[in-house]
Design a protein around this ligand. Structure first.
Ligand SMILES: Cc1cc2nc3c(=O)[nH]c(=O)nc-3n(C[C@H](O)[C@H](O)[C@H](O)COP(=O)(O)OP(=O)(O)OC[C@H]3O[C@@H](n4cnc5c(N)ncnc54)[C@H](O)[C@@H]3O)c2cc1C
Ligand SMILES: NC(=O)c1ccc[n+]([C@@H]2O[C@H](COP(=O)([O-])OP(=O)(O)OC[C@H]3O[C@@H](n4cnc5c(N)ncnc54)[C@H](O)[C@@H]3O)[C@@H](O)[C@H]2O)c1
Length: 492
């Protein structure tokens, strides 16, 4: 049974849900097509389970660092995994399905693929309750692709045959392995090393460069030191050159090479955390003349570059979230989803008559452009210490030709740190554009540093002049008093 909607969204991850909700709020009829679970990777195999697995270790560390609090001892791994299961709804997405219903978005379960301009073919899971056979959805106005991303397995001999964990298995594990080798020192590798060390695994982390190489160097160094202190065997500048697992489910051996030699490390499990690629391969992009092996690149209104246009030159194909290759994080993807939903709602309107967007030149910082993706993207890495950042690193800012001065401060010297814990350690840094005297980037490294990030984000996005920021008086005795110190260090 063919059906027609104003807008069809392919993928009901956090990003597709937001795009669909925003477009439907103006009265457009919207359907979202989902092949697995409504809520996507983030809800079941990424953000939510990983942050839940990390929280008990963080609480224990805070207790251990606070005088007068009894040491909580080892974590109860079974209880931690059970809490993780509750947080992920035990794989039941009916709550998210209800949300779609509450905002008037139709859910179509199955695999969606474009089969031409504004046509989406849906193939339900064979044998599922939704299996009424393949059918066609027509979009009167627009299609929004939000199909997310998939993990990448590097071509290491023996790796694929060893059936390693990806982030899915690591976040959904039912047992804590006695030992774990992690390949990749990025965000997933560092967060999972922290979580599994907390849960009692003997962890080896193999990174070909330093840890968290996309962040400021001092952040990666702090996480390296903390992981080592927690007992993780961190191998930097090392490559895994071969993997072997003679028995299915048995121990796995990796050959690790660094500048000094070759060593074999055997563990109960192997996690590959070497990045992700946009999921464009099976969405039928070739049927509308687009590549299926590359990110779905967009302009800042989230209209897909290189796609055909509808009457009057209006874009009909949009993309947002991980599939675009812009910023692979839930909150930035949801922001892009809100932009796509608003652009579609404005262009096509509830009566499909539509109205004009502001011209591209004046669109930045309106709700029709994902401007923050460029100079103001935020991230919190939930390691111990946490690493929270907004905007470019110092090296990226200099490469972009910005006249920046890095103003750094030792967080343990702030009064709020002392009353938080005598062991509180951390470092914060803002990047000041010395010509405009505004902050263009910031990094905070320390316990709960993520909670300090939003003040910096507002300063960056609002381009608040330092002279005015001086009047934003941080309360005593909070760790946020570092903002006062930044001003003093800069010479205000
Ligand atoms: C371990 C881990 C931890 C993370 N932690 C964080 C974090 O703490 N904070 C953060 O901001 N980000 C985090 N991320 C990144 C975050 O998970 C992603 O950026 C986010 O999930 C992207 O959302 P999305 O909607 O674009 O894609 P997804 O969440 O991948 O959702 C895409 C959806 O589309 C569906 N789909 C795909 N193809 C089709 C098709 N052809 N037809 C129908 N449906 C389809 C999929 O089934 C899926 O439900 C983490 C990632 C990982 C791997
Ligand atoms: N808290 C968060 O915001 C959060 C948490 C987890 C994941 N994520 C996002 O999910 C995405 C995926 O995370 P990720 O950690 O898999 O990717 P990543 O890009 O952060 O890190 C991958 C790491 O693997 C290394 N690598 C790649 N190929 C390798 C090889 N052959 N051998 C050894 N090392 C290799 C890279 O150098 C890099 O350090 C990222 O975009 C990340 O930002 C975000």
């Amino acid at each position: 049974m063919d059906q027609t909607y104003d807008v069809i969204v392919i993928g009901a991850g956090p990003v597709g849900e937001n795009a669909a909700g925003r477009a439907s709020a103006t009265g457009l009829s919207v359907a979202v097509v989902e092949a697995e679970l409504v809520g996507g990777e983030c809800s079941y195999w990424a953000c939510i389970p990983s942050k839940t697995l990390l929280r008990p270790g963080a609480v224990r560390a805070a207790a251990r660092a606070t005088p007068g609090v009894a040491d909580p001892g080892p974590l109860d791994a079974a209880a931690v995994l059970a809490w993780r299961d509750r947080m992920t709804g035990e794989g039941d997405d009916s709550g998210q399905e209800k949300w779609l219903e509450s905002v008037g978005v139709a859910l179509v379960r199955g695999h969606g693929r474009l089969v031409g301009e504004r046509k989406v073919e849906v193939t339900p899971e064979p044998g599922s309750v939704d299996d009424g056979g393949t059918h066609l959805l027509h979009a009167r106005c627009a299609v929004i692709v939000a199909t997310g991303s998939a993990p990448v397995l590097p071509p290491v001999p023996g790796l694929a045959a060893a059936n390693p964990w990806t982030s899915r298995e690591a976040t959904a594990a039912e047992q804590v392995p006695e030992s774990l080798v992690i390949l990749g020192g990025g965000v997933v590798g560092c967060e999972m090393a922290t979580a599994y060390a907390d849960l009692g695994s003997r962890v080896t982390l193999v990174a070909r460069s330093g840890l968290l190489s996309g962040a400021e160097r001092f952040a990666g160094d702090a996480v390296t030191d903390a992981l080592r202190e927690a007992g993780v065997d961190v191998r930097l500048g090392a490559e895994v050159t071969e993997v072997s697992r003679p028995e299915v489910g048995g121990p796995v051996t990796v050959t690790v090479e660094d500048g000094r030699g070759t060593e074999q490390v055997t563990a109960a499990e192997l996690l590959v955390a070497t990045g992700r690629r946009p999921r464009t391969g099976d969405a039928g992009l070739d049927t509308v003349g687009l590549a299926t092996d590359a990110p779905l690149t967009t302009d800042d209104s989230m209209a897909v570059e290189g796609a055909s246009r509808a009457a009057g030159g209006r874009p009909w194909l949009f993309a947002c979230g991980d599939v675009t290759g812009r910023v692979a994080m839930t909150h930035q993807g949801k922001y892009e989803g809100r932009v796509a939903g608003d652009v579609v709602a404005t262009l096509y309107g509830p009566d499909n008559g539509g109205s004009e967007l502001p011209p591209p030149g004046s669109r930045a910082w309106t709700r029709y452009a994902a401007t923050a993706d460029h100079g103001a993207q935020t991230q919190v890495v939930f390691t111990r210490p946490q690493v929270a950042s907004v905007g470019p690193t110092e090296a990226e800012a200099r490469d972009a030709g910005l006249p920046v001065r890095a103003v750094a401060y030792d967080l343990s010297a702030v009064a709020g740190a002392g009353v938080t814990s005598p062991e509180y350690g951390g470092r914060a840094q803002v990047l000041v554009d010395t010509e405009r005297e505004v902050i263009v980037g910031a990094t905070f490294v320390g316990p709960d540093a993520g909670e300090m990030l939003h003040a910096a984000t507002i300063a960056v996005v609002g381009e608040v002049p330092l002279g005015r920021l001086w009047h934003a008086v941080p309360a005593f005795p909070t760790v946020s008093e570092v903002w006062l110190r930044f001003g003093e260090e800069y010479g205000l």
